[in-house]
Design a protein around this ligand. Structure first.
Ligand SMILES: Cc1ncc(COP(=O)(O)O)c(C=O)c1O
Length: 382
């Protein structure tokens, strides 16, 4: 089989650390029972691993009360639980043009039903939101500010601490979509002033697909949309009020959560600073190489500090989807092309509707792979 160069880590990371595969295999064989639903040894063992992972995540994001972390299916699920659980008729929401559809669509759906109003803050050409515009966007009805931490199209990083501070001063809930940053950029919900933190387990945290989480801060009370078995208060007619049970009805992805725990352990052992440093170096290298290609048009910040390892570009006169197909079919390079579920961002970039080619680098990518990709692009464009 041809070798695969995997540059699609923004969609889901691959490969995972070997310890993740091992942990999942061990978990499903040994502890594959339903946690919290019975008192037998296997159920208790499964619950122990789930709760240890919850605790580990709390430490990872400096969350004081680990019960305020809800396990979800993915970041989309976390964002929907947060947005729809919070907003009520008449609420106003501030967001950006950089959001993924998993923020834009739930908001737009609520807007179309006449439930909320939305203000979108503009951003600079290289993808940084205008904080002055943000400050002026608050109204007495503003209930939520929701912002993507790292753009999944152009890789720009938003100053979430500053945005959280502004939101806090205005008494408004601040939600962060950390789909592209959880696991590579240190996040501290206290100092970053975050009330709701939505994160996937399957991207830079190295868990498997089907994992994610939502941190629900003490200023927030969310209505659950999913009610049912929780393993506690079974005599009650209604969903328990206690977290995490209130928002975690039904059996969770136990084997996935066990894998997620192993993914976070891997990050803690390697060190998030080392992971970030390596990503920044490789991204800088890719940007330099791409800049050296006359035919390449690069979008987003060129500065390594305020960006992540997601790089969008086009090659003059080549359609991004066709280019992606040739990179995959002839060179074994897996990347993503098109709109990346963020149509507003592409409209602002002027790349709608064809979109761009996106190389999203991960911890296991190498300079040699970048060299090979640049050679491949040079051959194709010639
Ligand atoms: C910025 C952003 N938000 C949300 C999501 C949704 O994440 P998930 O695939 O875990 O649902 C993605 C997915 O790529 C994303 O890039």
């Amino acid at each position: 089989m041809k070798r695969t160069i995997y540059f699609d880590n923004a969609a889901t990371s691959w490969p995972k650390p070997v310890s993740v595969y091992r942990k999942m295999d061990e978990f499903i064989r040994k502890w594959g029972a339903n946690p919290g639903r019975a008192g037998h040894r296997m159920a208790v063992g499964a619950e122990r691993i789930i709760e240890e992972t919850r605790y580990q995540i709390a430490q990872f994001f400096s969350i004081k009360d680990y019960r305020r972390i809800i396990f979800t299916l993915n970041c989309t699920d976390s964002l929907n639980i947060g947005i729809k659980g919070l907003l009520r008729k008449g609420d106003h929401v501030i967001t950006t043009y950089l959001e993924h559809n998993s923020v834009s669509r739930p908001l737009e759906g609520l807007f179309k039903k006449g439930i909320i109003t939305i203000t979108r803050i503009h951003h600079s050409e290289d993808g940084f939101v205008d904080l002055e515009e943000l400050r002026n966007a608050f109204t007495p009805k503003t209930r939520l500010v929701v912002v993507v931490h790292g753009s999944n199209v152009i890789g720009s990083l938003q100053p979430i601490r500053e945005i959280g501070k502004i939101s806090k001063e205005k008494g408004v809930i601040f939600m962060v979509d950390a789909a592209q940053t959880a696991g590579v950029i240190p996040i501290d919900v206290e100092t970053d002033n975050i009330d709701l933190l939505a994160f996937p387990g399957h991207k830079a945290l190295f868990g498997p697909p089907g994992t994610g989480g939502l941190y629900v801060g003490p200023r927030v009370d969310l209505e659950p949309w999913r009610e049912g078995g929780s393993g506690v208060d079974s005599e009650s007619e209604l969903q328990p009020e206690e977290l995490p049970f209130k928002l975690e009805g039904g059996t969770i992805n136990t084997v996935g959560v066990a894998g997620l725990g192993a993914g976070i352990t891997f990050i803690q052992k390697e060190g998030i600073e080392k992971i970030r440093q390596q990503e920044m170096e490789l991204t800088k290298y890719l940007l330099e190489k791409l800049s050296g290609m006359r035919e390449a048009i690069i979008y987003g910040p060129q500065n390594g500090k305020m960006r992540i390892g997601t790089v969008s570009f086009n090659i003059k006169d080549l359609n991004p989807a066709e280019l992606g197909a040739v990179l995959d079919g002839s060179f074994g390079i897996a990347c993503r092309t098109g709109l990346h579920c963020a149509p507003h961002t592409h409209k602002k970039l002027g790349t709608f509707p064809e979109g761009t080619v996106r190389f999203s680098l991960g911890y296991f990518n190498t300079k040699e792979e970048v060299d090979f990709a640049i050679d491949s692009l040079t051959q194709i464009s010639a």
